[in-house]
Design a binder for this molecule. Structure first.
Ligand code: UD1
Ligand code: MG
Length: 457
């Protein structure tokens, strides 16, 4: 990814996110739907920032508090503008007039529902303005151009106009070179061009795309920069959302593999945009990795594990069938086995939690061994309490550790114990009924029962 390029400092990105998103059929605003664990809007803002642009304006609809909050969370420095009435893409850009009027060399317009555009493509779009070009549009060759605006290019390769499908002639509709929607505009001419846009078209909207023709009329050069169709995918419904997810997953898997991780069956492994995977990590088939996961070098994640908000240390082993929830931190060489759930807990170096266990709100010391079926009872219905297990401690199988409670270093807890009080270091704690044995009892019992039954017949 390109890093911040100081030459683009004087660029303003206007991200349009005021669309209604009706085709999503959702109570959630379209641009907050997620791909690879983060919102489409977050993808776009991250890509724009990675392209070296650091001035942001986001245009939202009138009832878009959630979108505004997401912008504020991601980029508190961004200015948010409200487009009161949805009168078209040029009208939406002009909602950010106050930001544009501050004066930038380059104005970049992006759609928040085009989440897969790469930072390098955004940078190329801006670079297209070099040498006095007035408008640069991002184009792509569509397998099926239906619904997109068509790029009309003259014999010398100049972009003459963009024609929306509803306004296009039959001949123009046959063109497959389409408008991805992203545009870079000479910042000094942007307001003049945007203000000249009218609404005399099939939809009666102020089309951003009209600035191409308006620039050409003014003798300004206009150009097309090409992108892959995959990058240009616009998400309008849940089918396209799933397509975008699939493409994002392919990219993430590929990047992880090229960075030195083995994904045994990549198509069955789901990653998040922020997943960090070290070298020589092996991920077996059917693993889901949600947001906030970091996996250090050499770790093994076995099949059917589900991880989110967790860190996995060097050479640690997880799964199969493990669930790591937010705040699960495994130190180097720790092992978490099948049917184990871990939440908000530090598992020390080399510690083992191998079978059928719940560890929540806990600290487990290095080298401790947590037996099968151990439960940290961390919640009383109102508050959460911590369990602290010392280094080298041994918790016998099927124990309940009722928090708050501390088990000292190297202490033993007998199997089947319910531990409600702290245990000192090197001690043995037993919290279970004492075993009683009555010799011969079973034989006597069988005989008496059998006699009763025979008598009844
Ligand atoms: C737009 C382009 C079309 C291009 C296509 C690519 C125009 C006129 N057309 O068409 O050439 O091929 O995208 O996907 O630009 N928005 C607002 N306020 C408005 C209208 C739109 O904020 O009043 C936002 C939407 O939230 C969306 C973006 O602008 O993020 C594009 O709007 P949309 O209605 O999806 O345009 P398309 O018809 O897809
Ligand atoms: Mg669209």
């Amino acid at each position: 990814m390109p890093t911040g390029d100081p030459t683009r400092r004087n660029a303003l990105a206007v991200v349009l996110a005021a669309g209604e998103g009706t085709r999503m059929k959702s109570v959630r605003p379209k641009v907050l739907h997620e791909i690879a664990g983060r919102s489409m809007l977050a993808h776009m803002l991250a890509s724009v920032a990675a392209a070296g642009i650091d001035a942001f304006a986001v245009v939202v609809g009138p009832e878009a508090d959630e979108v505004r909050q997401e912008v504020q969370r991601l980029r508190p420095d961004a200015r948010v503008f409200v487009q009161q009435r949805r009168l078209g893409t040029a009208h939406a850009v002009l909602a950010a007039r106050a930001a544009i009027a501050a004066g930038f060399d380059q104005l970049l317009v992006l759609f928040a529902d085009t989440p897969l555009v790469r930072p390098a493509t955004i940078a190329a779009l801006c670079d297209g303005l070099a040498g006095g070009t007035g408008v640069v549009a991002l184009g792509f060759t569509a397998r099926d151009p239906h619904g997109y605006g068509r790029l009309i290019v003259d014999g010398r390769g100049r972009l003459v106009a963009i024609r929306e499908e509803k306004d296009a002639s039959d001949e123009e509709r046959r063109l497959r070179l389409c408008n991805a929607g992203l545009m870079a505009i000479d910042g000094r001419r942007a307001l003049e061009l945007l203000d000249a846009v009218g609404a005399s078209n099939a939809k009666g909207e102020y089309y951003l795309t009209d600035i191409v023709g308006l620039a050409a009329e003014r003798g300004l050069a206009t150009r097309v920069v090409l992108a892959d169709e995959d990058e240009a995918l616009g998400v309008n419904d849940r089918v396209q959302l799933a397509q975008a997810e699939a493409l994002a997953q392919q990219r993430l898997r590929r990047a992880a593999m090229l960075a030195g991780a083995t994904l045994v069956a990549p198509d069955t492994i789901f990653l998040s945009a922020d997943t960090k995977i070290g070298r020589d990590v092996v991920i077996e088939p059917h693993v889901v990795i949600g947001p906030g996961v970091e996996i250090a070098n050499g770790a093994l994640i076995r099949s059917f594990s589900h991880l989110e908000g967790a860190t996995i240390g060097f050479n640690a082993k997880v799964g199969p069938f493990a669930r790591l929830r937010p705040g699960a931190n495994l130190a180097a060489t720790a092992r978490v086995g099948n049917f184990v759930e871990i939440k908000a807990a530090d598992v020390g170096e080399g510690a083992k939690v191998n079978h059928l266990t719940y560890i929540g709100d806990a600290t487990i010391g290095a080298g401790a061994n947590i037996g099968a079926g151990t439960i940290t009872c961390n919640y009383d219905g109102f508050f959460k309490y911590r369990t602290v297990i010392g280094e080298g401690a041994f918790i016998g199988s099927n124990s309940a550790l009722v928090a708050p409670v501390k088990i000292g270093d190297r202490a033993y807890v007998g199997s089947g114990s319910v531990i409600t009080r702290d245990v000192g270091p090197d001690a043995l704690a037993l919290g279970r009924g004492r075993q009683v044995e009555r010799s011969g009892w079973a034989a006597r019992f069988r005989e008496s029962q059998k006699a009763k039954k025979d008598g009844a017949i």
